[in-house]
Structure formats: structure tokens, C-alpha cells
Design a binder for this molecule. Sequence first.
Ligand code: NAD
Ligand code: FES
Length: 289
Amino acid sequence: MHTLTAKFQLSPNVTRLDVEARRIAEIRQPGQFVIVRRGIGAERIPLTIADADPAAGTIALVIQAVGKSTRELVALAAGEAILDISGPLGHPSEMISSGRALCVGGGVGTAVVHPIAQGLHQRGVEVISIIGGRSREWVIFEEELRRLGQVVVCTDDGSYGRKGFVTDATREVLEAGGVDIVYAVGPVPMMRAVANLTRPFGVRTIVSLNPVMVDGTGMCGGCRVDIGGQTKFACVDGPEFDGHLVDFDLLAERLGTYREFEQQANTPCDAGTCRVGLTHPTPTPIPQS
Ligand code: NAD
Ligand code: FES
């Protein structure tokens, strides 16, 4: 069991849970993730380790509450517990050890960029972060990233920072020159756009992919992605890949596979009328042990 030590609302639908997981806090590296199961019978949810405090023995998990399982997870209160946390999983981020790195975070993806920026900063790399949200209340991890270097904040509606997508600011920084590597994490269209921007500049670009995951050990094939014409499993070969080689069309298509089931789970229907063959028993609390 992993007790929640703290809970913070970062944006209207993004929550940070600080959870006891001493061993993971000690050995995790930037880019790695865990798979969380709230209770017996609960869905397995992959989550990036957004931060860790080895002294306190806690890790920070950042959750966008979009479906039934993520809503149930963020409903937990400090003092309650998660049944199991597997990890750290996945390859650590590819790191440079000098020069200048541009870290681009879109929405909740900013939480995934944070540990990468931490790792780069620790190695003495100059970090510039460009982070974006729909409007002011959707911008997350700004304060944490300001401790690691320069931060440019963008909002779609101009309510905070500069108006526009993160890609607008990214283009300007690339044109100014001197960027050795780019990391981009966020919605698929954003990562695709960043990769397309950096390609003509010949700047290596790492993206973190979030396909559907089940086991997280390379056994089920649920997380397969196409990288330069080769099938890779994001859980064991990634989750970070060369953005210039990712088949973003296939990724977007596969991410939509279960959309109808997700919508159905969000709107329970009357018995006998379910269009996608789901049963909707009366919700019962998930046992914790
Ligand atoms: P969002 O839609 O609010 O977008 C966040 C920011 O990304 C925007 O403010 C903008 O700056 C940028 N952006 C969005 N679309 C863009 C485009 N077409 N071109 C250029 N820039 C663009 O994001 P959100 O709601 O916080 O994130 C939701 C998405 O992020 C989900 O699809 C989720 O699956 C994905 N996600 C990805 C990862 C990952 O590891 N790659 C992690 C968590 C979430
Ligand atoms: Fe099953 Fe990656 S999650 S192979």
C-alpha cells in the first residue's frame, strides 16, 4: 500500500498526488514512469514520475482526470492509499551533459518535461522551458521550472504570458540558434508540430509518447508505436523516442481506439441500451486490500 501524503489541484482537471514509494523515489531517473492500480480490480494507469523526494520517500504523480479511472484516482484524499505502484518503468531520458536544451511542455505534458529539465540542470546544461496552457489556470509547473532556468509561458487566449501555442515561441528560440537538443511533451498535434519545426534546423528532438498501456512490461503489445518504420513498445523501448521518426498519424489513430468505450464509461447508460456492450453495475467502493 502507498499512502498519499499530499494532494494539490494544479489546474481545473490536473491533480498532483504525492505518494509514499521509497524505493522508487530513490532510484527513479528522468523520463521513467510507474503503473498505478488504485485497488483490487481497478484499471492499471501509467503515470510519469513528475518529481521525487528520496528523503521523504515520496514520488509525485500528476493526473489529468479525463476518464472513470483517473477520476477515481484523484478522488483519493491525503491519508488514503493506492494498492500498488509498479516501477520505475521505461528507459531514462537521453541526456546531454553540456550546452543548451529546450524543454517544451504542452498542458499536462509540462509535468512530464519537469523531471527531464531537472536531470539536465543537474548535469550543468542550460535549460530553457517553453510551457503552455489554454489559459492562465491551465499552466502548471511554472514555479518548479523557473528554479531550473528561463521559462517562457504561453496561453492560447493570451490571459497569461504570451498569446499563442508553445510552437510559436519554440520557432523563435530555434531561429535565434544555439539549441543543442529539444524535448517536447504534450498533445500529439503539439509534439508533431515541434518535430516538424526542429527538422529543418537539424536539432535532435525527443518526444514522450503516451499510447494505451496495459502491462508495462512488453508482453501485451498494447503500447506499440511505429518509429522509423519499426514497431517499438513504448513501455520497454520508450516512452521517449526520436520525434523525427515517430509515425504520429498511427499514434493518434491508436489513441482513439477506445474512445467510444471511454465515453460510455463516463456516461452510464440504462441496462440493455449500452451500444458498446459494457455492463454498468451499481458502483461500489474499490477495496484497498
Ligand atoms: P491542451 O490541448 O490544453 O494543449 C496544451 C498546449 O499544447 C496548448 O496550450 C498549446 O500551447 C499546445 N498545443 C496544443 N495543440 C497544439 C497544436 N496543434 N500545435 C501546437 N501546439 C499545440 O493539452 P492538455 O489538455 O493539457 O493535454 C491533453 C493531451 O495531452 C491528451 O491528448 C493527452 O493524451 C496528452 N498527454 C501526453 C503525454 C505524453 O507523455 N506525451 C502526457 C500527458 C498527456
Ligand atoms: Fe503492454 Fe507495453 S504496455 S507491451
